[in-house]
Design a protein around this ligand. Structure first.
Ligand SMILES: [Zn+2]
Length: 214
């Protein structure tokens, strides 16, 4: 399956995201493609991959205005969730939570795209992955495999990333109270909301809000 997708991928940068088949999608752009796009800060690749910097523990969008890290220090991930699952923190400068969500399979009718849509709509807030898989008509093991290949993270990790991203956008762009943001973003409690931010950003949500205009 994977080799079919690779075979059908063309070499031109514009088409690199598109596979000829409708069923299988390229799991990831090549390192060379990502690296070239990062070095020219290409906005066409925004949301299609994320750059993780081993020396800082931070991950960025390809358009990040910060000084370029050395190529030997970077790793590329297909989604923000994958970079976070690997232990990287979102950059406070380019704010990965504001990148468009556009992996190769997004907008397709694939099972992964449907699963992501359901997760984004809150499918894993109360229900389990088993329930989600059943809604998609597949086993949870198959769902896990699809996520590993296309998202680079588990369904739970993606749910967590999307939740924190939603909260972060509200922190930066609204004046809603912390409690309101916690519940609007799908956190069951203010305590969990705070804990998720401290875990990912190493800072509380109120500290991040205080920094937003800095
Ligand atoms: Zn950045």
């Amino acid at each position: 399956m994977r080799s079919t997708a690779r075979h059908n991928r063309t070499r031109s940068s514009r088409d690199a995201f598109v596979c000829a088949g409708t069923r299988y999608h390229a799991p990831m752009l090549s390192f060379e493609t990502c690296n070239a796009a990062r070095l020219r800060r290409d906005p066409n690749y925004d949301g299609r991959f994320f750059t993780a910097v081993k020396t800082t523990g931070i991950y960025c969008r390809p358009v990040c205005p910060a000084r370029h890290p050395l190529t030997r220090n970077v790793t590329y991930y297909p989604t923000a969730a994958a970079a976070e699952a690997a232990g990287f923190r979102p950059c406070l400068r380019c704010r990965p939570e504001t990148a468009p969500f556009c992996p190769a399979w997004n907008g397709t009718r694939s099972t992964v795209a449907r699963a992501v849509k359901l997760i984004n709509a809150g499918a894993l807030y109360a229900d389990s992955v088993v329930t989600l898989a059943a809604r998609l008509g597949i086993s949870s093991r198959h769902l896990a495999r699809l996520f590993e290949r296309h998202v680079g993270a588990t369904p739970q990790q993606l749910a967590k990333t999307l939740r924190v991203q939603r909260a972060k956008r509200l922190l930066d762009t609204s004046d809603h109270t912390m409690t309101d943001i916690a519940f609007e973003s799908g956190f069951g409690s203010l305590r969990r909301f705070n804990a998720a931010f401290v875990e990912l950003y190493g800072r509380s949500p109120s500290r991040l809000r205080a920094m937003r205009r800095a």
